[in-house]
Design a protein around this ligand. Sequence first.
Ligand code: PLP
Length: 377
Amino acid sequence: MKKRLFTPGPTPVPESVMLKMAEPMIHHRHPEFTELFTRVNNNLRYLFQTSGDVLTLTSSGTGSMDAVVCNLHQPGETAVFVNGGKFGERWGEILRAYGMHAVEVSVEWGSSVSADQIADALKGNPAVKAVYLTQSETSTGAATDVKTIAREVHKNCEAAVVVDGITAVGAMELRMDEWGIDAVVTGSQKGLMIPPGLAFLALSERAWRMTEKSTLPKYYFDLIKAKKAVRDNDTPWTPAVSLVIGVDKALEMIRSEGIENVWKRHDRLARSIRSSAQALGLSVLAKCPSNALTAITIPDSLDAKAFNRTLKNKYGITVAGGQGHFKGKIIRISHLGYYDEFDMTAIVSALELTLKDCGYKFEPGVGVRAAISAFSV
Ligand SMILES: *Cc1c(COP(=O)(O)O)cnc(C)c1O
């Protein structure tokens, strides 16, 4: 059976990237690595749309979230975070783990925080040093308008705007410098199309000034050390060399497609899945949906576990289920990274077959037709 992965991280790895990573190991303090890492660093700046340094950390995405918090702050400072899903909630957990005063802005899971809600939180808390956002909340498939929020925050106060871009970078428009974002983090196994194990992080000048004053404990994730090293296209510690080799190839693919075209492709694929869901009488969870993934509510009349089991065992398709209180209630379908139109028709036709197996009533083919119509818009 041909297996197909439709989870919002890990995502499928292109064959050309896998082949590169299978080449013999090289040493990270020798010219062949420096040459490669120079190219990677240039292409990362393009991906993040920043002229500043983008740091490569050997960790999963959460490592870069942890690194931002412990490098930006002093003990006991106040920061705002948004709890609208599992990953927004994680910002709060990390802030509290470092003894920060974390002010929660709570939104219903599936909804997106508004600039007004953030403004209200800032008004009540003049000491806020940073606002922590999640551009694409992978647990619900909701997108946050970080551009508008960043503009509003900067109009009113000095707080830094930090964005978890783990499923946004390489999927949705994100222009770090132009939008005034102070920190962006992402991970390798999402829009970057390589296996898990690397995280990437960029800071604005404001965020670097905060970092220079920060006294929270840190060692492995000391970003000042990483910044000094990256200036020489080097890393403070042994990086995951194979993954850096892989990301070099993946970034080359993104660069040759063009970042705007990458964003447009994700928009097109996301729209096709959303219109298929609608045609099939299923609802999309997020009110303002991300283009990285689509969370679809499984009707109460169907057994979500049996649904996922059929999809996987009978049709070879792996999707993600719900997390937290959405467990057993939704499926999350990825269109993040190495996907095209034909992948979308494959997942939609498998959804139709599975719905049929589960006794759901619909007109066969309506979902696929809706997907195909969305491609030609
Ligand atoms: C996947 C993900 C994370 C966590 O990344 P890990 O690589 O699992 O540590 C954080 N935030 C978002 C939005 C994610 O999608």
